[in-house]
Design a protein around this ligand. Structure first.
Ligand SMILES: *[C@@H]1O[C@H](CO)[C@@H](O)[C@H](O)[C@H]1NC(C)=O
Ligand SMILES: *[C@@H]1O[C@H](CO)[C@@H](O)[C@H](O)[C@H]1NC(C)=O
Length: 266
């Protein structure tokens, strides 16, 4: 029984450590749209750098190709692309040898004069969403913003913030700078906060409780059964003891009496 509980504990701790070992892909500059010729750094960030994560991408004419093999320069866990080109538009992600994957990031590279800077990761419900409309040389020209091809509003400084986003803010955004041009569209996704965070927290807490309580319950059970076993073993002598004690007590009693009488004699 102790062996199985030990195995269960090992299994649970390995579960805990494997959830810790997750990787996330970050991109710098943090934007889902880039200008042609721009340089970009992509990195697989993880607690354990020895885990052997590789950066891969799907673009229009090839799939699952690794950084350093025909594109990008790999330096440790960072992949640098010194000159982006429009056909590098696609999906980028980190993958382990075992096939585990990180979040994926969709990057759009444009040869045009305007980009929309939107978050590369999904925005959590209730957070603020900021979109920036940029040209190669300026980031504060008046810009018009569109969602799903309908005009939202013009922002004089070229950036628009939507406060406390909800699922209905999810969509395809683009922007336009008059007499310069229009950006490509980018999808902005909004994730539901309670649905994504609560079950995770619950699961982690459950696992922690199991890890803490399993040995506790098992050791308590063992202690109780040991105690009961011993108590049973002692129960018979305990029944016998008073009989013996009575014999002994009589002797002791006599001794006490004689001691008392001898004391009295003094
Ligand atoms: C990359 O392309 C492959 C093959 O088409 C596909 O199975 C896979 O889901 C794609 N990965 C991503 C992250 O889009
Ligand atoms: C990658 O890019 C970063 C920042 O742009 C730079 O500091 C670093 O030296 C580059 N590394 C390689 C291997 O090119």
């Amino acid at each position: 029984m102790e062996e199985t509980s030990l195995l269960r504990l090992l299994f649970l701790t390995s579960l805990l450590s494997s959830t810790k070992n997750q990787v996330s892909l970050t991109v710098s500059p943090s934007s889902s749209q880039m200008f042609e010729e721009q340089s970009v750094s992509l990195s697989c960030e993880n607690d354990d750098s020895s885990a052997g994560w590789t950066l891969r991408r799907n673009i229009s004419y090839e799939t699952r190709t690794r950084c350093g093999y025909g594109w990008g320069h790999l330096a440790g866990s960072i992949c640098n692309i010194s000159r982006m080109v429009p056909w590098y538009s696609g999906v980028y992600w980190c993958e382990s040898r075992e096939g585990a994957t990180s979040n994926s990031i969709t990057i759009t590279v444009t040869g045009g004069p305007v980009i929309l800077q939107s978050p590369v990761l999904p925005v959590m419900e209730g957070e603020d969403l900021t979109l920036r409309c940029l040209t190669k040389t300026s980031s504060n020209l008046p810009a018009g913003f569109y969602k799903d091809d309908s005009f939202i509003r013009t922002e004089p400084a070229g950036h628009m913030t939507i406060h406390h986003v909800s699922r209905s803010d999810e969509g395809l955004y683009k922007c336009y700078i008059s007499s310069v041009g229009e950006s490509p569209p980018s999808w902005v996704s909004v994730t539901e906060k309670p649905m994504t965070t609560r079950p995770l927290h619950f699961d982690n807490r459950l696992v922690v409780h199991l890890v803490v309580f399993c040995p506790f319950c098992i050791s308590t059970f063992i202690m109780v059964s040991l105690y009961r076993h011993r108590a049973k073993g002692k129960f018979l002598p305990v029944v016998v003891v008073p009989i013996r004690a009575e014999d002994g007590m009589d002797e002791d009693y006599d001794d006490v009496i004689t001691a008392a009488t001898t004391e009295h004699q003094f």
